[in-house]
Design a protein around this ligand. Structure first.
Ligand code: SF4
Length: 376
């Protein structure tokens, strides 16, 4: 049995012209094809109306144009739209459109599942199934852009969108495909987005950060910290914490100086776990007087877990410690809670229609029995 055809969007831009020449076509067809792929959001060979019919047939014999198939689309009251896409092998990934004050943000997945095993994350539950290809990453943007065009949110107009790799997966663990997708997003012949509109979020993948330092495009970076003390960070982020936080912050600082923009430190606040003021002080000591700003994100509660967000007073007290240390610290509340907007949560619900209770979740055997045990 043969597998699926390669996806057309996985062919690098510089290989389109040689490919079309091999098919007996003039070089300018490459530009036409690129426009269909990246500007016209084409998903069906029939729609590529300025390409000769016999060329479309030959390309369709060789490549698939569509690798993601819309499964579910949920809309929250605050305008957040969450999508579950089926891939050609039956796997599923999520993407989200998040309305911000002045623009929209597309939150993209980079992998099916994730190997980083973060304690508070739904995506981590099933481990890593596979990497997404560059085409599958790009196609999330195609579908989201088509959805916006079909149903523009009120006042959307020409505000455009930003891209953040904060969906399922650790983007720096799939660097080859993510960087190929970044090339398309920022190339003038691709989506033509400014690198400033793209942000990579990492749990602290050291090798990936070293590669990011060599990336020509100055994309934004968020480093997910979640605990300043090494033991607690290891318990919350068992894989990423293998590299000590001070080393990761050094790399992040180097990157901030290279792109001449602050790196964001992400901190998911979990009630009774990492929200105490000694953690805040330790975080302040690590981050003060460096090119960082901090986003505090009260936990999005998961279906199969007893971890919960702190109360508002504790969130404000944590923030106050950071502000008093001279840091920029913002509280970010995740939107769309009623539509399972936590990363991987919708996929997890669809995989196990009856949410399991704490104590029966995959991997629970490795975890403390009670939430409070994480702070021991
Ligand atoms: S938080 Fe991010 S890096 Fe950690 S398991 Fe979830 S998807 Fe992976």
């Amino acid at each position: 049995m043969t597998g699926p055809k390669p996806l057309m969007r996985d062919v690098p831009a510089n290989e389109l012209a040689p490919l079309l020449q091999r098919l007996g076509q003039p070089v300018y067809r490459a530009r036409q094809l690129a426009l269909w792929l990246h500007r016209a959001h084409a998903l069906d060979w029939e729609t590529l109306s300025d390409l000769p019919r016999d060329l479309r047939v030959r390309l369709a014999d060789l490549y698939d144009l569509q690798g993601l198939f819309p499964g579910e689309r949920l809309t929250a009251e605050d305008g957040t739209r969450k999508f579950l896409f089926r891939l050609r092998d039956g796997a599923a990934v999520e993407s989200v459109i998040i309305p911000m004050e002045n623009h929209l943000t597309f939150c993209l997945s980079s992998q099916v599942g994730c190997a980083m095993a973060c304690r508070f994350c739904a995506t981590a539950r099933g481990g890593l199934a596979r990497d997404l290809t560059a085409a599958e990453i790009q196609e999330q943007v195609v579908h989201l852009a088509r959805d916006l065009a079909a149903q523009p949110p009120p006042g959307f107009g020409a505000r455009g969108f930003n891209l953040v790799f904060m969906g399922m997966g650790e983007p720096l663990d799939n660097w080859e495909q993510v960087s190929a997708a970044l090339n398309v997003f920022t190339a003038p012949d691709g989506w033509g987005l400014s690198p400033r509109r793209v942000t990579i979020s990492t749990s602290g993948h050291r090798e990936g950060l070293l590669q990011l330092l060599r990336l020509p495009q100055a994309v934004g970076l968020t480093l997910s910290v979640n605990a300043a003390s090494p033991d607690l960070r290891r318990r919350l982020m068992p894989v990423s914490a293998r590299t000590p936080l001070p080393q990761l912050l050094e790399l992040a600082e180097k990157y901030a100086r290279r792109i001449q923009r602050k790196v964001t430190l992400g901190y998911v606040l979990i009630g009774g776990v990492n929200d105490n003021l000694s953690e805040a002080r330790a975080l302040a000591a690590l981050a003060a007087r460096r090119p960082f700003k901090i986003n505090l994100i009260p936990l999005n509660r998961l279906d199969d877990d007893r971890l919960s967000p702190p109360g508002a007073d504790q969130v404000l007290a944590f923030q106050r410690v950071l502000l008093e240390a001279g840091l920029q610290a913002y509280i970010r509340v995740s939107g769309g809670q009623e539509i399972a907007a936590a990363c991987g949560q919708l996929r997890q619900r669809r995989q196990s229609p009856t949410p399991s209770v704490a104590g029966s979740a995959p991997g629970e055997g490795d975890l403390p029995a009670k939430q409070g045990d994480l702070t021991d």
